[in-house]
Design a protein around this ligand. Structure first.
Ligand SMILES: NC(=O)c1ccc[n+]([C@@H]2O[C@H](COP(=O)([O-])OP(=O)(O)OC[C@H]3O[C@@H](n4cnc5c(N)ncnc54)[C@H](OP(=O)(O)O)[C@@H]3O)[C@@H](O)[C@H]2O)c1
Length: 243
């Protein structure tokens, strides 16, 4: 079994996920680049390796049970265990998403990726995480999933557009994170949600104001929590985000 810390980042072929992989790789970790498209995955692995990262490709579509099972098998063969899982892959879904006009299929698709996908991948990886001395799970959420911020007087960048698929999918993900933390309390597994801030990526047509590297910072912090670190909480760079 590898002496290096082993991480898997889902949706690591671009955007924030790519920078999370780069940041964890810079710590000397071995990083699985989870991505559904062969060409995009291979390009990311090559680019990370060129930057000195011990990266390996993990074919992974988070909406597919067989894909998640195969990804776990590949990591078991490659590393024998998993220390850190970063559930980063997500979609915003077709816009606009005003509740009164939305196509229910859009909501279903977004939840399938952003919520069920996290549960699917986490559970596929759980036997490998349980073999780690200090397992960490990071769920990439968003402050737009904060009911407190959505219902308050927060500015546009915090509350985001009215979106009945994407924003509630992150609220759902936060709730899911809490339930995992409750079940896993008393174990050595720490699981938290992180918000990267408003980052310029494909997800928002590059309208964000932060760089993907800045967005990756919270995931790297939560991936490297000490054994007595928090679990079942929601953070951004400034600290705790209200539910
Ligand atoms: N950007 C922001 O301002 C912002 C703010 C708050 C939270 N976030 C969160 O941060 C995370 C990263 O977002 P981003 O901005 O970096 O978005 P992005 O550039 O669009 O990247 C999303 C990644 O997820 C992957 N993905 C989507 N569906 C997938 C599936 N079914 N299976 C596997 N991979 C899949 C994409 O792969 P493909 O290339 O194959 O599509 C891509 O690698 C997301 O959880 C997002 O909700 C972002």
């Amino acid at each position: 079994m590898s002496e290096r810390t082993i991480a898997l980042v889902t949706g690591a072929n671009k955007g924030i996920g790519y920078e999370i992989a780069a940041g964890l790789g810079a710590l000397g970790w071995s990083v699985g680049v989870g991505a559904r498209d062969d060409r995009r995955r291979q390009a990311a692995v090559e680019s990370l390796r060129a930057a000195g990262v011990d990266a390996f490709g993990v074919p992974l579509d988070v909406t597919d049970d067989a894909s998640a099972t195969a990804a776990a098998r590949l990591i078991e063969e490659q590393a024998g265990r998993l220390d850190v899982l970063v559930n980063n892959a997500a979609i915003s879904g077709t816009m606009p998403q005003e509740p009164t006009r939305v196509d229910p299929a859009t909501v279903r698709t977004v939840v399938e990726t952003n919520v069920i996908g996290v549960i699917r991948v986490t559970n596929a990886m759980m036997p490998l995480l349980r073999r780690s001395a200090s397992p960490r799970i990071v769920n990439m959420s968003s402050s737009v999933g904060s009911l407190t911020l959505q219902s308050g007087t927060a500015g546009e960048l915090t509350a985001g557009p009215v979106a009945v698929a994407y924003s509630p999918s992150k609220t759902f993900l936060n709730a899911v994170t809490l339930q995992y933390a409750r079940e896993l309390s008393g174990t050595n597994i720490l699981i938290n949600a992180g918000c990267p801030g408003y980052v310029a990526t494909d997800l928002n047509g590059f309208r964000g104001v932060r760089t993907p590297e800045q967005g990756a910072a919270i995931a790297i912090k939560l991936a490297t929590l000490p054994d007595d670190g928090p679990t079942g909480q929601f953070f951004d760079d400034a600290g705790v985000v209200p539910w």
